[in-house]
Design a protein around this ligand. Structure first.
Ligand code: SF4
Length: 422
């Protein structure tokens, strides 16, 4: 979502005459778009500001703006702590960039804009055509979350659930396709909770499925509780919807899920997986896991390992629990670090084995790849297959934006290598 936001922030800057530079030393406005999900996010901001100060020690200082979830959470505190920062604005206020720049440049004042103006934000963004022209593009359809999992900051930094209108979304999708997008990933913190006046995510996917020029549709990130039957059905009926479902489970133990306030248990989760597989047997799954949540026993952890085996997740994103300030879980007693580290290592070892076996099975098979870009001038191209596996091939013709069958000839942990199969 931060990548989507960064592209829209760039659209807003272009409107007031700025262009993007890759050369930090020539910048006159530096925007840090931050994420609060990972540990030490705030420290990273101050570290980056330090680097910028060093770069501009004997030069005119650029305008420095901090946005994203860290800006939302820290707000005024950030302006107090670091005088080099000129403005702080949250992810629901970035449509105000032209006004913010004006205040800083003309009125010479520092700005804190961390209100939850999500409706006003999208009303403003709808007026600006997106200039993003990527083969695989993101499109935010929903923001915020009402689930309040006990470990998570999103309900506090992104605010309550909000769904954009279907017309706005379809019009932005058309702009992206006209600019060259072949694949659109619909984004939301709780994307499958999307509901705009009873127009649901399943309706949106069906509408996109009919759009000419678009080849592939994906959506992320889903909550198991919102995996409703209408959405499960479109996995059979909409051919452009890719057969990969990222469905975060967080733990294999129903006891821990209850402590996390996840609002689903393992039986619910397995039932959803079965329903999806019944509709479309080619569907594969990826998931997020928190290892060592307060209260997790060795038995609970073994249940997580067993789930990993049972579902054969083709990607598992795992992190040791780390408390986020202000969340209910931050008040709980943490498990000994040595134990959580040991559990993480054994989890990741198992997950890597599953991925290796999966890649092994793909050897000498054909996968359908949408090529996104070239990696170098020697004709190496990068793309993704239907299950979002990274695939690389060598080619003398420009493959960008094209779909080809690729025979897999080799692999490593993260990438499949192959040759175009004509
Ligand atoms: S559903 Fe996802 S975004 Fe919402 S509180 Fe839980 S982890 Fe955070």
């Amino acid at each position: 979502m931060n990548e989507y936001d960064s592209n829209r922030i760039l659209d807003l800057f272009k409107k007031i005459g700025y262009t993007r530079t890759e050369n930090i030393s020539e910048t006159n406005c530096y925007v840090l778009n931050t994420c609060h999900i990972r540990e030490k996010a705030t420290d990273k901001v101050y570290h980056d500001v330090g680097r910028l100060k060093k770069e501009f020690r004997n030069k005119k200082k650029p305008i420095l703006l901090v946005t994203g979830c860290v800006a939302q959470a820290e707000g005024e505190e950030m302006l107090k702590k670091e005088s080099y920062i000129d403005g702080v604005f949250g992810p629901q206020s970035y449509h105000k960039i032209p006004k913010i720049i004006n205040k800083i440049e003309i009125e010479k004042s520092r700005v804190n804009s961390t209100e939850f103006d999500v409706i006003e934000k999208f009303d403003n963004l709808n007026l600006i055509k997106t200039k993003c022209s990527k083969i695989s593009s993101f499109l935010t359809i929903q923001e915020g979350c009402d689930k309040f999992c006990h470990f998570c900051v999103v309900p506090y930094t992104r605010g309550p659930e909000y769904s954009r209108s279907n017309n706005e979304i379809l019009s932005e999708a058309r702009q992206l396709i006209d600019a060259g997008a072949k694949e659109i990933t619909l984004l939301g913190q709780n994307v499958n909770a999307y509901n705009s006046k009873n127009f649901l995510l399943s309706d949106l996917i069906c509408a996109l499925n009919e759009m000419s020029g678009l080849e592939r549709i994906r959506y992320t990130t889903s909550h198991p509780k919102d995996m409703t039957d209408d959405l499960i059905d479109v996995h059979k009926n909409c051919k452009k919807l890719m057969p990969l479902v990222h469905l975060p489970v967080q733990s294999g133990s129903s006891k821990i899920l209850k402590l996390m306030n996840r609002k689903h248990n393992i039986d619910d989760y397995l039932n959803t997986i079965k329903k999806l597989k019944d509709k479309n047997p080619s569907i594969k799954f990826s998931s997020d896991f928190i290892i060592g949540y307060p209260g997790e026993t060795e038995e609970d952890f073994k249940l997580t390992l067993a789930l990993l085996d049972e579902i054969d997740f083709i990607n598992s994103y795992s992190f040791i629990f780390s408390p986020r300030p202000g969340t209910p879980a931050s008040k709980l007693k943490n498990i000994d670090k040595k134990i959580t580290k040991k559990r993480l290592i054994s989890f990741q070892k198992k997950s890597e084995e599953i991925i290796k076996n999966y890649h092994q099975e793909l050897l000498n098979k054909k996968v359908e790849v949408l090529f996104e870009n070239s990696i170098n001038k020697d004709g190496k191209y990068f793309g993704r297959d239907k299950h979002a596996n990274a695939v690389m091939v060598q080619s003398s013709q420009d493959l960008t934006g094209k779909i080809f069958d690729v025979k897999i000839t080799n692999f490593n942990q993260n990438t499949l290598f192959g040759e175009i199969s004509l």
